[in-house]
Design a protein around this ligand. Structure first.
Ligand code: NAI
Length: 327
């Protein structure tokens, strides 16, 4: 099958070429949107990533160009108009699970870095500054951690934090019995937020969860709490988070995802003027850590992403049931 890959980087080419089973893979660096959709002309399928825009207009155009199959090489699908795909009878598949450990462990990396300031210590020591001034952290042991969204990643994250000796509270629309057996207590958000020293977001982005962290919920948090988001940027109302950082209500913010990330993340903009004043303001805080959507970025996860996507393409070509179909 001839497949157009959008938003690709060298690692996408490496892993997909390694696990390809004979398909014709064409890799475009361009993201998929209304301006670039014509690149998919002459292909049978497309493969898209987190910031590609699969809105109604793009899907209508893909259908008109003869695209028969959409493979997302990610877990989240908030960027896809599933109803439009269904209307054109174009199946959409995703990679529902590719190492939940990769993302959960990255959330923990953000916590440890913000807390123990290893990023600052690294730079200091390299410049011959061996002072410990302003590097004070806190013990994770005995602290209360709130997990919002206890699916595959949230569950792994909760287990790691329990390993540090933390008390773990959770909020989800469906309680996970295994987690309860593991000693995690489910609470409504309004009860969970005021108790937590650290809150980590692991729910998908949808109409219910957009800005789940905004002025009201930030106000419910403990003074000086740490907020971690490795899920999707728009779970946090960024402007409200900036206000909470200014007052000290929010003590630390660690994000791997950002509301307007599609214009920034995955690109090297070091010689460019960055026009996004919100992210520049965020990065000016000493207690904010931003990584550019790298939670998934481990060898195991990239292998799983390539293998699962190629398997879905093979299944579609051979008319087999699509186990990872979302529409
Ligand atoms: P999952 O589907 O296994 O778990 C999501 C959980 O969120 C479920 O338990 C669900 O019931 C819960 N949920 C749904 N609506 C909710 C609501 N309104 N309030 C509270 N909880 C709600 O998903 P998984 O694999 O754990 O991934 C979670 C998210 O992580 C994905 O949706 C994706 O956005 C993000 N992600 C980020 C990556 C990165 O590189 N930073 C990589 C992979 C996923």
């Amino acid at each position: 099958m001839k497949i157009a890959f959008f938003s690709t980087q060298s690692y996408d080419r490496n892993y997909f070429n390694r696990y390809n089973t004979g398909h014709e893979l064409v890799f475009f660096e361009a993201p998929l949107n209304e301006q670039t959709v014509n690149l998919a002309t002459g292909f049978t399928a497309i493969c898209a990533f987190v910031n590609d825009q699969l809105n109604t207009a793009v899907i209508n155009q893909l259908a008109a160009q003869g695209i028969k199959f959409i493979a997302l090489r990610c877990a989240g699908y908030n960027n896809v108009d599933l109803a439009a795909a269904k209307a054109h009878n174009i199946p959409v598949v995703r990679v529902p699970a590719y190492s939940p450990y990769a993302v959960a462990e990255h959330a923990v990396a953000l916590i440890l870095t913000l807390n123990r300031k290893t990023h600052k210590a690294y730079n200091r020591v390299r410049e011959g500054n061996f002072s410990l001034e302003r590097l004070t952290g806190f013990d994770l042991h005995g602290k209360t951690v709130g997990v919002i969204g206890t699916g595959k990643i949230g569950q792994v994250f909760a287990g790691i934090m329990q390993g540090f000796g933390c008390r773990v509270l959770a909020f989800d629309v469906i309680a996970n019995r295994d987690m309860e057996a593991q000693g995690v207590e489910y609470l409504p958000l309004v009860k969970l937020l005021p108790q937590c020293d650290i809150i980590s977001l692991h729910c998908p982005l949808n109409d219910q969860t957009k800005h789940i962290i905004g002025p009201l919920t930030l106000n419910m948090m403990k003074d000086g709490a740490m907020l971690i988001n490795t899920s999707r940027g728009a779970l946090i109302d960024t402007k409200a988070a900036i206000e909470a950082l200014k007052t000290g209500k929010l003590g630390y913010l660690g994000i791997d995802v950002y509301e307007q990330e599609e214009k920034l993340f995955f690109h090297n903009l070091q010689d460019e003027i960055i026009h996004d004043d919100t992210i520049m303001r965020l990065m000016s805080f000493p207690n904010v850590l931003v990584t550019a959507h790298q939670g998934f970025f481990t060898d195991e996860a990239l292998t799983q992403i390539a293998q699962t996507t190629i398997q879905s393409i093979n299944d579609f070509e051979q008319g087999k049931p699509l186990s990872n179909k979302i529409a």
